[in-house]
Design a protein around this ligand. Structure first.
Ligand code: SF4
Ligand code: SF4
Length: 149
């Protein structure tokens, strides 16, 4: 009988009552885990939320609880340069047709790389405490810095 794999925030731990499933550290060596259910040839052309992910695909597991700080995005300043999208190590910048749309907070780990590479003045992404409301963060956005002569 084939075994399913758990993809929850408790991955790696066998859950009580889920004996037909195994954790990531219990998978038999050499086993193939399909990322998608059914046909997957066109997956690259679909938006992430339209793909039919398997339950054990890491996309289905949120890491939001890992963060203590989060990036907040300010659309008013962004120039859609895509730097943040290129550099985010967790593919957590949402961009469509080369337009920055925001942050995938289910998968963002709060590393701050996107803020570091944002070139605008002031930056279009800034780190705030995880509990900060977006409106309050946007209201406290810094002014443009003047060049020192
Ligand atoms: S904080 Fe890190 S993980 Fe989150 S969107 Fe920015 S670069 Fe990606
Ligand atoms: S790096 Fe900054 S300016 Fe460029 S797309 Fe991202 S948020 Fe916008």
């Amino acid at each position: 009988m084939s075994k399913g794999v758990l993809a929850t925030d408790k991955r790696g731990i066998r859950e009580l009552g889920a004996e037909e499933k195994v954790g990531w550290d219990e998978v038999t060596q050499g086993v193939t885990l399909n990322s998608f259910v059914g046909e997957s040839e066109n997956a690259a052309f679909l938006k992430a939320e339209e793909r039919n992910y398997n339950d054990f695909n890491s996309y289905t597991a949120t890491v939001a609880s890992w963060r203590i700080i989060k990036p907040v995005y300010n659309r008013d300043i962004c120039i859609d340069c895509q730097n943040c999208w290129v550099w985010c190590p967790d593919t957590s910048i949402i961009s469509r047709d080369k337009q920055m749309l925001g942050i995938d907070y289910d998968h963002c780990k709060g590393c701050g790389v996107c803020v570091e590479v944002c070139p605008t003045n002031p930056k279009s992404l800034l780190m705030f405490g995880e509990a900060e409301e977006t409106e309050a963060a946007l209201a406290s956005w810094p002014e443009k810095k003047k060049k020192e002569k």
